[in-house]
Write a protein of this length. Structure first.
Length: 381
């Protein structure tokens, strides 16, 4: 074995550790009060693949719901160009510098899916944005009233396997190592977000989901800190679960109805929220809020669907997920009435009437036709 690899890896590990310690030391807390702000700038990022197709519909919905406020200048819809896989690959940057600068001039973002290249060293644009904007809470609601399901997931969004996922170590033809990071302030803030949500929304239970029996250091710390925070909420019951049995429980009709709020590390949250969304009708139906203290970004929970594009079926992409993200965005910027209206329209279109159906492989209408249906329904409310 060439000792060079070991020396290089040790050097790299030292840098990673120093950077993570530094990140952990500068986590701040100062949530924004949108109701006190004169103007809110909403950045609209199309993304790539099916991104621009579903975003077009979301834009129409936002324009309809916020018409007066846009005219009065209280809301600004600001298109952000350039976050496409073609541009990112050409520049060799996961989020090009000028795009990031434009994004940082906004308060909140509505973002279409972006392609994440497999392998190589290019980081996922999602991961870069979540890190650069410090969007530490990935909040994903899933609800299926007829099955008694009303879940909300608080996925830690800036740490775990993701934060150094593009900076692992490799000894060619021999081994590869990646790193997982859990910090004390990073865990405390997601735990606090989940328990505060539970307290303010009449929830009585929070499930802390880890694999602390195997990932003893990182998940062990995550679980211990969640319990520490839980101790400040005596009316809320904190339960420990392992991710594997939780994955089974979500499809167990005898048990799943008792879960309410979940808090969990990044990768488990990624996987299990796709499972939960599938129970709701598919990943195309679930929206996601990425929130931090300064910025927030709202998006579908899924990627850019290259298969649909390759098969020429992009126009049939389901916009439900980005509509749900739009509802979450409106609620976040204190536009509760508009959010409620959109929630009502989505319920009518997606669950009650179902006059126009777009659901993955059972697709019968285009994305635009579904957009028309939601807009007509909104106009009737
Ligand atoms: C998600 C997505 C992203 C993730 C991908 C697109 C990088 O799956 O938001 O859940 O892995 O976080
Ligand atoms: Mg995912």
């Amino acid at each position: 074995m060439d000792n060079n690899y070991i020396d290089q890896a040790c050097k790299q590990f030292r840098t990673l550790l120093e950077q993570q310690l530094e990140r952990s030391a500068r986590m701040d807390h100062a949530a924004k009060d949108f109701s006190a702000q004169k103007q809110v700038v909403i950045g609209l990022i199309d993304g790539d693949g099916i991104g621009p197709i579903i975003m077009r519909e979301a834009k129409r919905v936002l324009e309809a719901l916020l018409k007066e406020e846009i005219t009065a200048g209280a809301i600004v819809l600001k298109p952000i160009e350039g976050l496409t896989i073609e541009n990112r690959l050409a520049l060799g940057q996961s989020v090009p510098e000028d795009v990031l600068a434009a994004i940082k001039t906004c308060d909140v973002l509505l973002k279409g899916p972006t392609t994440t290249p497999k392998g190589g060293t290019m980081e996922s644009a999602n991961v870069t944005l979540r890190r650069e904007l410090d969007l530490y809470a990935n909040v994903r609601p899933v609800s299926v009233p007829e099955l008694g399901i009303d879940w909300i997931f608080f996925r830690e969004n800036t740490e775990g396997e993701y934060v150094l996922g593009s900076r692992g170590i490799e000894v060619p033809d021999t081994l590869a190592m990646d790193f997982k990071v859990t910090t004390v302030p990073g865990t405390r803030r997601i735990a606090r977000t989940a328990f505060e949500y539970a307290k303010n929304n009449g929830k009585t239970k929070v499930a802390i989901v880890t694999k602390a029996n195997i990932m003893k250091k990182t998940d062990g710390l995550f679980s211990a800190l969640c319990h520490e925070v839980a101790a400040e909420y005596p009316d809320i019951q904190a339960e420990d679960w392992y991710i594997d049995i939780m994955a089974a429980n979500l499809v167990n009709p005898d048990i799943r109805g008792r879960f309410q709020v979940f808090v969990l590390p990044n990768l488990y949250g990624d996987i299990i929220t796709d499972e939960a969304a599938q129970i709701q009708g598919g990943v195309g139906t679930a929206g996601s809020a990425n929130t931090g203290d300064r910025y927030a970004m709202f998006e579908a929970i899924h990627g850019s669907a290259p298969r649909l594009i390759e098969e020429g079926l992009g126009d049939y992409a389901n916009p439900s997920s980005i509509f749900k993200a739009t509802e979450l965005l409106l609620r976040h910027i204190a536009r509760g009435a508009a959010a409620d209206k959109l929630a009502k329209a989505l319920e009518i279109c997606g669950q009650t009437e179902k006059k126009v159906v777009v659901t993955g492989d059972r697709t019968v209408a285009t994305c635009a036709a579904y957009g028309d249906y939601v807009l007509e329904t909104l106009a009737g409310l």
